[in-house]
Design a protein around this ligand. Structure first.
Ligand SMILES: NC(=O)C1=CN([C@@H]2O[C@H](COP(=O)(O)OP(=O)(O)OC[C@H]3O[C@@H](n4cnc5c(N)ncnc54)[C@H](O)[C@@H]3O)[C@@H](O)[C@H]2O)[C@@H](O)CC1
Ligand SMILES: Nc1ncnc2c1ncn2[C@@H]1O[C@H](COP(=O)(O)OP(=O)(O)O)[C@@H](O)[C@H]1O
Length: 291
């Protein structure tokens, strides 16, 4: 079967974002637990946490090495550097599986064996085929990471048809796959897939993938605070996060006369994009009511 891979639309993305109501509190809006960064890559922790805040998390918890924790808190004192209730985890960004301590492997394994959805990036991807899992998982590899993930899972070398390959990985592992690139492919185990085309290639800059992890964590946490999610649910949420991320990059570049952007610039433009999408969605809903 050739997977359906039409583009994810702005209207679909808007419908997967949530505007807080008078009944909400910081917990009902979604708590993101970020367990990323390392002594080698502490900046990735800062970027993911910043993005999760900017994408509307009710609370962001950060658990990581001391230096990364200090940098996260210096940038975002709103962050809670303590364990507790979490509605979506983000793991792996800014880490290297080869450097991971046994206690960290055990802690990440416990998250995958738990019930809370997990966004798995970079240095935690190796755990997905190797650990027993109960949590709904979305993996966020770039091309090289995807090739390694397939090797770790004992799957055939990727065919080069990125839609087919992402769908195959999703079905084989029972996870949602967000395969990053100028065209990001999102696929779920059932064969559902969508393409999200980045509106600007200024996005190809160090750390923007770490920002995507934080945005996705916040989008998943908001949904997870409302209802129980499975790997299928994570597909549309991942496509939504990717669309927000790409539009934030375009917005950040436009604010700089169409020039280059940094990963933090992308995170900084996420609220503008979410605001626009929610306004458009509210306008559509009002128009439908008036019809
Ligand atoms: N400020 C920070 O702390 C940053 C930390 N980062 C972290 O650095 C670690 C290593 O990242 P990388 O995998 O980029 O490592 P490398 O830059 O070491 O690249 C490893 C391999 O992946 C390939 N590759 C890199 N980006 C690719 C892409 N977009 N598509 C296809 N192939 C690609 C490279 O060519 C290379 O063969 C990750 O944990 C990542 O999260 C990066 O996100 C950069 C910023
Ligand atoms: N040529 C490109 N044009 C537009 N977006 C791109 C391009 N290449 C990569 N991207 C996007 O940039 C981000 C890079 O993420 P990643 O590869 O994880 O980098 P990092 O590890 O440095 O954060 C992803 O969101 C990806 O979809």
């Amino acid at each position: 079967m050739t997977p359906d891979a039409r583009s994810w639309t702005v209207a679909e993305a808007a419908a997967h974002l949530r505007r807080p109501t008078a009944a909400d509190d910081k917990y009902s809006r979604g708590v993101v637990g970020v367990r990323t960064g390392s002594d080698r890559y502490p900046g990735a922790a800062v970027l993911g946490v910043e993005a999760a805040h900017r994408a509307g998390a009710g609370m962001v918890r950060y658990l990581g090495p001391d230096r990364a924790t200090d940098l996260v808190l210096a940038r975002r004192p709103e962050t809670v550097a303590a364990d507790g209730r979490v509605q979506a985890w983000v793991i792996g960004s800014g880490t290297d599986a080869a450097d991971r301590a046994p206690h960290e492997t055990a802690a990440l394994g416990a998250l995958l064996a738990g019930e809370v959805p997990v966004v798995v990036d970079a240095g935690a991807l190796d755990l997905v085929p190797r650990r027993s899992r109960q949590a709904p998982v979305v993996v966020t590899p770039h091309g090289s990471e995807h090739a390694r993930l397939r090797r770790d899972a004992g799957l055939a070398e990727a065919s080069g048809d990125r839609v087919r390959d992402a769908a195959d990985t999703a079905a084989a592992l029972g996870v949602a796959v967000l395969l990053k690139g100028a065209e990001t492919i999102v696929a779920t185990p059932s064969g559902w897939s969508r393409v999200v085309t980045a509106p600007t290639s200024w996005l190809a800059a160090a750390g923007t993938g770490d920002v995507l992890g934080g945005v996705l964590g916040a989008v998943v946490a908001a949904a997870s605070a409302e209802r129980t999610l499975d790997a299928e649910d994570l597909g549309p949420l991942a496509a939504t996060a990717s669309l927000v991320h790409g539009r934030a990059a375009a917005r950040a570049s436009a604010l700089r006369g169409g020039g280059p952007i940094t990963a933090l610039d992308v995170a900084g433009a996420v609220p503008l994009v979410i605001g626009e999408l929610l306004s458009a969605d509210a306008g559509d809903a009002a128009a439908q009511r008036a019809e």
